[in-house]
Design a protein around this ligand. Sequence first.
Ligand code: LMR
Length: 330
Amino acid sequence: MRIILSGLVLAAMTLVAPIANADDPIVIKFSHVVAENTPKGQAANKFKDLVAERLGGKVVVEVYPNAQLYGDNKVIEAMLLGDVQIAAPALSKFQKYTPELQIYDLPFLFDNIEAVDRFQQGPAGQKMLTSMEDKGILGLGYLHNGMKQLSASKPIRVPADVDGLKFRIMTSDVLAEQFEAVDALPVKKPFSEVFTLLQTKAIDGQENTWSNIYSKKFFEVQPYITHTDHGLLDYLVITSSEFWNSLPDDVRPEVKKALDEAVAFGNKVALDKAESDKKLIADSGRTEIIELTPEERKKWVEAMKPVWKKFEDDIGKENIDAATASNASS
Ligand code: LMR
């Protein structure tokens, strides 16, 4: 009887579950939250094209932009469950998994993207790629978006202008402290909700890069954007150690090579878009871009920099020192 039953179960399973065939391609789902015409969107598409060109038949990359599949932090959980194989969340979204990456949220830490590059490619930045290995998360590389700006419903020039205003932030305690340092009210919300929150005036402002402000049309519902460059929005391209180790030895280096090239391409897009999307926003006439005087900018630095000290133990003083040293040759 038992033999007959298990035979029936087996027969039923073959009817419903597709059996993985050794010749089936390996599917890499790459899920992200931004639009396709952004540095991350373009890097993901480039990766898909390079893999199709070089590993066609063996590996297939499927890209899911605009939080179609998973939003924000959910993607990391989905990756650990094997529902997604590659993602590139903003560095601000890893607080739950490692304290060290919080360094990238410290306000006014890096002078420019060249300094960011020097830090990320140096020993401290490279070591952080494996800082979540014990959680099964492997960093494959950094991808740039760029420096963040402040957008708001009223003109912002000095810290006193944001007193009592609500700003959407990513799920980062450093970013919360940054806004509290200037008496604003930080509100942690997913990226996919930002446009509606701004449009309905549930919040007064947000911080983001020129390419995110442009591609998600935040500038259409925010009459003022202040060019502050006060922080960095970069990404960590991640995979699960389990998936990465399961790749055949002749496939893994090829996938990594395609990814490295896609990231280099995305980094170039990031540099271009920091200029061109700012210009598109300015030309739209929908919003006013405010440029700060050096004295005004200094006030923001003075107000926000004390945040560093609060996170020094979590992040490691030696990491902060390495980051500030990367500004030296700017
Ligand atoms: C945000 O939530 O503002 C960003 O992380 C979105 C992104 O991925 O660029």
